[in-house]
Design a protein around this ligand. Structure first.
Ligand SMILES: [Zn+2]
Length: 687
């Protein structure tokens, strides 16, 4: 296309240039009346009575959104660069649970690979259980609330141990470094310092770039009853149900963005962990059943022959098959005979965590799942006898949720997917989720986390929205589409919640979760980023382009550590669209959207010649525009504009080819946008 040199110039400038331009003789082949000549005529059209506006298109659309260029570690188009690296840690854990004392004790050997370009003279590890000590940083941050009816003032948060007084925290019995030289293995005690939920372990001589080291740690802890809604114990008449997580000393992530990621675990923000293989032995009372991330390697040792036959049936069945039936729970014949304790051996590969649950009261059922590759992992549920009716469909929900997301985005990678019902209301781990009440919503959500952050390993401690928000978004599609729409909620229009998404008391989405009011995290980590992706998909890019770009992001960053820029850049590169104005309004700032319909007039005063419709952008965000135009005979039609009409305008006037007078013009007729002020959305002809 030809460049139009006068576009955007003021009339005064155009006048001063007119003489010079006239001397440019057009080529002989040029048409006599080029459109560009007609565009030059006249002054810019302005509708009178322009309202006051906060909209500044230079602020919304300014360039240089990214604060640094792509490099060989992370490329400008959002993919990992040729020098991208991340460290790896493999865990071999032997653990035992004392179900009377609520104590978990263990011995772990970690193999840590330093793939960074730097030598590491110390490493940092998580001791998450220290959150539950009475003097932890997390406990000290619990705010006071006032009961509105009784007036009682007390500390309250979802993110601690509810004030339980007990012998809390990780007890580190030993930390040693294992070294092998000349075929001889030696174990040397290592120096370490514990500070709150972190432990620094010093490595004499350091781990060179490209080197590996092995550590051995012996530790124990008493489980809290309520572990920040992510683990804990239900103690009911049927006995105790343990959900065990944040349970072993685990390696912090060392990356190219922050170096050592050691922000303490204070309860609100979640985790950031390295990938590796887990080989776990769990010794528990023989009457207990243990479920864990990964595959059980010794089913013959821990299930009866009848149960093994049922596992084999479940592996071929789309319908849920009982492994332990409700009427068999507590029956001695339902457990292998002759031993007081049994050891369960699980392996999970290429995972960033592993968690488990155990109870003597577990009913177990299972069904196969069908993966696009032909693999058939198992969906499994473990729930107490008394909750059997309520959880009867857990396995079915897990199966349909995981099958949908595997087909839509990326194949589920683990050999099974277990729902363990217990104390935590809803919490995700690789291959296993902990739920309280159960039901489609929570099971679909928690297994959705197997994509974010289990497969796409983002930093939840800093960017909770890339975990909860992305997951909440994929939940909207699985809920609408899986199980023949049985779970579909009515629409996702923004009407009633529009103002809530940008209320002035909200922090920006791009805040560290520890930097948000606890009451805001449902909006800022979950619903607002999800609504942003719904808008990006439905209003800006369209489903086909969005889905390709989002899938590209998942594939590029599977088992890696993406940053927000890697996401933003991938979405832009894979859709071919600059979206910086959108990231800036919805994610980086808490900007509002308010578009109003100001006026309708007619060309030459005659509706049959066309209507001039004027809309205004009154707040700081820009979004595409949909208007529904209704004429006096009752005919309605919609017109759409991309967001670029706001790139150099605060008001936008256009001609609608009407043939009769207009009765009304409605902005965002389906309430698909978070318009904060609905009172100016409809223009109606004066009667
Ligand atoms: Zn979640």
């Amino acid at each position: 296309m030809k460049l139009n040199p006068t576009a955007g110039l003021t009339l005064a400038l155009m006048a001063s240039m007119a003489t010079a331009m006239a001397q440019n003789t057009p080529p002989a082949t040029a048409p006599a009346t080029r459109p560009v000549v007609r565009q030059r005529g006249g002054a810019p059209y302005t509708e009178p009575n322009a309202p006051e506006t906060k909209y500044n298109y230079n602020e919304t659309w300014k360039p240089f959104f990214y604060t640094k260029n792509g490099d060989e570690f992370r490329a400008a188009d959002g993919q990992p660069g040729p020098k991208y690296w991340q460290n790896r840690v493999d865990y071999k854990i032997d653990a035992r649970i004392d179900t009377v004392k609520n104590e978990i004790s263990g011995s772990e050997v970690l193999t840590y690979a330093n793939n960074s370009p730097q030598k590491l003279t110390f490493v940092w590890m998580w001791l998450d259980q220290n959150l539950f000590k009475a003097d932890s940083r997390g406990v000290k941050q619990v705010p006071l609330v006032k009961d509105p009816t009784t007036g009682r003032v007390y500390p309250s948060s979802r993110n601690w141990g509810m004030g339980q007084i007990f012998d809390a925290g990780d007890k580190i019995k030993s930390v040693s470094i294992i070294s092998t030289a000349n075929g001889k293995t030696t174990t040397t005690p290592a120096k370490y310092i514990i500070n709150d939920t972190r432990m620094q372990v010093f490595i004499p001589g350091g781990i060179p770039s490209g080197g590996k080291i092995q550590f051995k740690i012996d530790w124990s802890f008493i489980s809290p009853d309520y572990g920040s809604d992510r683990m804990g114990i239900v103690n009911n008449p049927e006995g105790k149900v343990f959900q065990v997580a944040q349970w072993y000393p685990r390696m912090c992530v060392y990356d190219d963005l922050q170096g050592w990621n050691t922000l303490p675990y204070t309860g609100e923000s979640e985790f950031y962990l390295e990938y590796g293989d887990f080989d776990i032995n769990i010794t528990a009372p023989a009457k207990n059943i243990v479920v864990c991330s990964g595959q059980l390697l010794n089913p013959k040792d821990v299930y009866t022959p009848t149960q093994l036959a049922r596992w084999a049936d479940a592996a071929k069945s789309d319908k849920t098959v009982f492994i332990v039936k409700p009427n068999e729970v507590f029956s001695p014949s339902s457990r292998p005979a002759g031993k007081s304790e049994l050891t369960w051996h699980f392996v999970v590969r290429n995972a960033r965590d592993a968690s488990w649950s155990t109870a003597a009261s577990f009913v177990i059922d299972a069904a196969k799942m069908d993966m696009p590759s032909g693999k058939k992992p198992l969906a499994i549920s473990a729930y107490t006898v008394s909750s059997a009716a309520r959880n009867a469909r857990s396995t079915e929900y897990a199966k349909y949720s995981i099958e949908y997301n595997s087909k839509k985005w990326f194949e589920y990678p683990y050999p099974n997917a277990t729902v363990a019902v217990g104390r935590a209301g809803g919490m995700e781990y690789p291959g296993i989720v902990f739920v309280g009440q159960g039901g489609w919503g929570v099971i679909d959500h928690e297994f959705g986390h197997n994509w974010f952050p289990m497969v796409v390993g983002s930093n939840e401690r800093l960017y909770g929205w890339m975990d909860e928000g992305f997951n909440t978004f994929i939940n909207t599609l699985s809920t609408a589409n899986a199980m023949n729409g049985e779970n579909m909620r009515g629409g996702r229009a923004f009407g009633p919640t529009a103002q809530a998404f940008t209320r002035p008391t909200l922090e920006p989405i791009l805040s560290n979760p520890d930097n948000l009011k606890e009451a805001n995290n449902g909006t800022l980590l979950y619903s607002k980023p999800s609504a942003g992706l719904v808008m990006l998909r439905e209003q800006i890019l369209g489903p086909e382009r969005f889905d390709y770009a989002f899938k590209t992001y998942i594939e590029r960053w599977a088992y890696k550590h993406p940053s927000p820029d890697d996401f933003f850049r991938t979405m832009e590169a894979a859709s071919g669209e600059s979206l910086q104005w959108f990231w800036r309004g919805w994610f980086v700032n808490n900007w509002q959207l308010d578009v109003g319909v100001r006026a309708v007039s007619y060309v030459d005063g005659d509706a049959a010649k066309g209507s001039i419709i004027t809309i205004d952008n009154l707040e700081k965000m820009a979004m595409p525009v949909t208007l529904e135009i209704k004429t006096v005979s009752g005919k309605t039609e919609r017109v759409n504009y991309t967001a670029e009409i706001w790139e150099r305008n605060v008001s936008w006037s256009f001609i609608y080819p009407s043939t009769e007078a207009i009765e009304s013009v409605t902005y965002d007729p389906d309430h698909k946008l978070p318009d904060a002020n609905r009172t100016n959305d409809v223009w109606t002809a004066k009667k």
